[in-house]
Ligand binder design. Structure first.
Ligand SMILES: NC(=O)CC[C@H](N)C(=O)O
Length: 377
């Protein structure tokens, strides 16, 4: 028998279900993700820090958990909400159950609630702050207080919380595949410094696969330190929270733009490149979280199906002259990609690393390599 759990939203909505993780309580912004697969990648994506993730696909946990699919070292999401957690899991790579994983990680989760009703509330009213309480002692009034006490993500700088404490090298390149072995780091042709604002491992893997030796640096590393590493290109990672208060990153990106280093940003990195270029960002009503979002490349007209996870967006009204819109969401018309007209820099709002999600946008990594090669010649 599972213990009881409740989810209470700041608007007073109460959902009663059963606990599928640790006892205790958690607060955060409640968002919904419509991806049908990839719950482990979603839970370990640092961009979900301080967010309680509701998965709209009704059966979550069928394929268990394995050590390979982690996008970072731990569960980053503040809590998990699902319709049904199966009692058995089955997959050749599975090492344990989702429930055990939540429990071992001390993460609170709730199942057996009407996730359709919850998602409708979030769509109609916008993302809401909420509280999950799990265990034998449940107190609705206290959960409502806790939900209301969460200050919300607007104005919250979380990149500095989830970033790496120390600089490290990442070189698991499969770039030299002739003998089927990864190339030794020293043989990789490009040196890229990656800002870790909450980076996902598959981004690093995809850069290494394309011949990049990576130095991953903490979010608050000044541009001068990055330039001293003599990079061929600089990557700006995804990450949690509001981009606007990350003034240290915005300043560093401005300096790197001045130095004409090839730059590529994903999600939070995209928003930071926009801010450094003089654009503005806004909080969206309920954001984009899913793995089937159509995005159009404005130059070629090609439509790509993309993976998305963001609650803020670059405001496309009054873009500065140096920024060109390159991609747009076909769900709501919001801006999905930009490039600088005067510097070798571009960025994408969705997730080309597709982890989880479709691979349509992966060629953007090749575009970064092209920019790096052009910079060298
Ligand atoms: N995945 C991300 O990098 C998210 C960026 C930012 N935290 C947002 O919600 O918009």
């Amino acid at each position: 028998m599972r213990k009881p759990a409740i989810l209470v939203l700041e608007d007073g909505s109460v959902f009663r279900g059963e606990s599928i993780g640790a006892d205790g309580q958690t607060v955060g912004e409640v968002v919904f993700n419509t991806a049908m697969t990839g719950y482990q990648e979603i839970l370990t994506d640092p961009s979900y820090s301080r967010q309680i993730v509701t998965l709209t696909y009704p059966h979550i946990g069928n394929t268990g958990i394995n050590d390979e699919d982690e996008e970072s070292a731990r569960i980053q999401s503040a809590g998990l909400v699902v319709r049904d957690l199966p009692t058995r899991y089955s997959n050749w790579r599975a090492q344990r159950s989702l429930g055990d994983y939540l429990l071992e990680s001390g993460v609170v989760g709730i199942a057996d609630i009407d996730t359709r009703r919850l998602t409708r509330i979030l769509r109609e009213k916008g993302a809401q702050n909420g509280c999950i309480m799990a265990g034998d002692q449940l107190d609705e009034a206290a959960a409502l207080e806790a939900a209301k006490g969460f200050p919300g993500l607007k104005g919250m700088d979380l990149a500095r919380e989830v970033t790496t404490a120390d600089r490290y090298e990442w070189a698991q390149g499969t770039w030299s595949l002739e003998d089927g072995l990864p190339a030794p780091a020293a043989d990789l042709p490009h040196h890229v410094v990656a800002y870790d604002f909450g980076v996902k491992r598959n981004i690093l893997r995809m850069l290494a696969d394309r011949g990049c030796r990576l130095t991953v640096v903490p979010a608050q590393t000044p541009a001068s330190e990055v330039m001293a590493l003599n990079p061929d290109g600089v990557f700006l990672s995804n990450g949690p929270g509001d981009p606007e208060p990350c003034d240290y990153a915005i300043d560093a990106i401005r300096e790197l733009l001045d130095a004409k280093v090839p730059l590529f940003g994903i999600c939070l990195g995209h928003q930071l490149l926009a801010l450094a270029s003089g654009a503005k960002t806004t909080k969206m009503k309920f954001g984009h979280h899913g793995a089937n979002h159509p995005v159009q490349d404005l130059e070629s007209g090609v439509v790509m199906i993309s993976s998305q996870n963001h609650g803020f967006a670059v405001d496309d009204q009054n873009l500065p002259d140096t920024l060109k819109a390159t991609h747009r969401s076909l769900f709501d018309g919001s801006l999905q990609g930009i490039e600088r007209t005067d510097k070798p820099a571009f960025s994408f709002q969705g997730h080309p690393e597709a982890s989880p999600g479709p691979h349509d946008v992966a060629p953007l990594f090749d575009r970064f390599i092209d920019l790096i090669e052009a910079g060298k010649s």
